[in-house]
Structure formats: structure tokens, C-alpha cells
Design a protein around this ligand. Structure first.
Ligand code: PRT
Ligand code: ZN
Length: 221
């Protein structure tokens, strides 16, 4: 049997809001994806590349650890994992899809005069690190209530006074009787890279890939 040749790995979201657009970018770059029996790993037929298909929350760590050389993930997820001054060096390029904003929202009936209105309050979020830093930078002391999902129901359940959650159309906030009152973070999908250079034998594949991703992203406007 021939020995397994070296292959690059790109970590992508297995299913969810970024999954289809990530695959579109990959096929737009001329890579032919073979959806094989292995759900975790899709092979690229015409290049020595594999797609590692995982939960988006695992992508920053897998790429930081070099399990994958590249990854496609929301800037919000990256920023929750690593300190702010450590983000830019991990990002290869912004990809122009998956745009959303992390916002503070309060029930419609509540007045909001700025971050200090949150002093002493309870705020539910899935982004405790980003929110903690945002509050600290503004000198606000509040209790962060960490929730994995369904953050928008927290005020109604009397779990929290306010929430900090991702918003795209705003329909979810509206349906839950809430309004967005402050911006915490603007996000979109980003291409991230491992801290170490790719194996020398794959450097040309890696460089080709980045050039093509750049081309596809630029032509998408
Ligand atoms: O299973 P896995 O862990 O991989 O996925 P996930 O459930 O954690 O994430 P997923 O697939 O929901 O989102 C992946 C990424 O898409 C996020 O990390 C963001 O970078 C990006 N994204 C873009 C969004 C949204 N738009 C968005 N609207 N992620 C979540 N939402 C939520 C929002 O919080 C709200 O609850 O979608 C709901 C609808 O939003 P509205 O404002 O349009 O009503
Ligand atoms: Zn997730």
C-alpha cells in the first residue's frame, strides 16, 4: 500500500449558519469536495487537502493547536476564545459572509441611557469573555449569566435584566419583546491560520489556496 501523502486540513463548521457558505468558498476556489462516508473528514479530490467538519466552537482551538492549518469561523467565536490583542495575527482574511452583530438588548419597556444603565444588573449571554471585557472597558460592574442558547428568553424568565446576543435581522429580539440598545462587536466569517507555517511540502498548496480564497472573496464584493 502506498504511504498516505501529507494533506492540508481546513476546519469548517459541520452544519449551521456558516456551513454552506464555507463549502461555497471552497468550491469557488476550484476544490472538488468528495462527500464520503467519513462525516468528520471530507476529502478534496483534486488537491492534497481535507476538510475537518466540526462544531464552530472547536475551530479556534483546533487551528491554534495545528490540528488544522486553516479554519473558517465567525469572528465572534474567535474573539470569545482569545484576548483582543491576539486576534489579528490569527486572521488571514475576512470573508464577507456570516455578518451579524453582538448587541446588548433590553425589554421594550426598559429605558437605556448607555452602558452605565447596566450597572448592578444581570446580563445573559453565550459570550461571557467578550461581554466581560466590554463592561470592564466601560467601568460597568454587572453580573454575567452564561447561557448556551435561548438567551433571548432570559428577561422573560426573570433570569436576567438584559441580554448580549447575536443579531442579524432583529426578528428574534422583536418576537421576544426586546430592542437592541448597544453594539458590542461586529462580526463576519474569517479565515484563520495555525501559528506555525504549513509543512514545507505543502507550502505551494497553501499559498495557492490563500490566493484563490482572496480572489473569490474579492469577486463576491
Ligand atoms: O453547531 P455549532 O456549534 O457549529 O453551531 P452554532 O449553533 O453555535 O452556530 P450557528 O450555526 O447558529 O452560527 C454560526 C455563526 O453564524 C455564528 O457564530 C455567527 O458568526 C454567524 N451568525 C450570523 C449568526 C447569525 N448571523 C444569527 N443571526 N449566528 C447566530 N444568529 C442567531 C441570533 O443570535 C438569533 O438568535 O440567529 C437568531 C436569528 O437572528 P435574527 O436577528 O435574524 O432574528
Ligand atoms: Zn457553536
Amino acid at each position: 500500500m502506498p504511504s498516505e501523502t501529507l494533506r492540508l486540513r481546513i476546519a469548517v463548521q459541520k452544519s449551521g449558519r456558516l456551513a454552506d457558505r464555507s463549502l461555497e468558498l471552497i468550491s469557488g476556489a476550484g476544490l472538488r469536495v468528495m462527500k464520503g462516508a467519513n462525516e468528520l473528514l471530507y476529502r478534496i479530490e483534486n488537491q492534497p487537502i481535507d476538510l475537518l467538519r466540526v462544531r464552530d466552537d472547536d475551530i479556534p482551538t483546533f487551528v491554534a493547536d495545528g490540528v488544522a492549518e486553516l479554519g473558517i469561523v465567525g469572528y465572534n467565536v474567535l474573539a470569545e476564545h482569545f484576548p483582543e490583542d491576539d486576534l489579528e495575527e490569527r486572521i488571514v482574511m475576512r470573508l464577507g459572509f456570516g455578518k451579524c452583530t453582538l448587541k446588548i438588548a433590553v425589554p421594550d419597556s426598559v429605558s437605556y441611557e448607555g452602558p452605565l444603565s447596566l450597572e448592578g444588573k444581570r446580563i445573559a449571554t453565550s459570550y461571557p469573555n467578550i461581554l466581560g471585557k466590554w463592561l470592564k472597558d466601560r467601568g460597568v460592574s454587572a453580573t454575567i449569566v452564561e447561557m448556551r442558547g435561548a438567551v433571548e428568553v432570559a428577561p422573560r424568565m426573570k433570569i436576567a435584566h438584559a441580554i448580549c446576543d447575536l443579531v442579524s435581522t432583529g426578528a428574534t429580539l422583536e418576537a421576544n419583546g426586546m430592542k437592541a440598545v448597544d453594539l458590542v462587536l461586529a462580526s463576519e466569517a474569517v479565515l484563520i491560520k495555525a501559528p506555525h507555517a504549513p509543512p514545507a511540502d505543502l507550502a505551494h498548496v497553501y499559498d495557492m489556496l490563500l490566493r484563490r480564497f482572496d480572489g473569490v472573496t474579492a469577486s463576491n464584493g
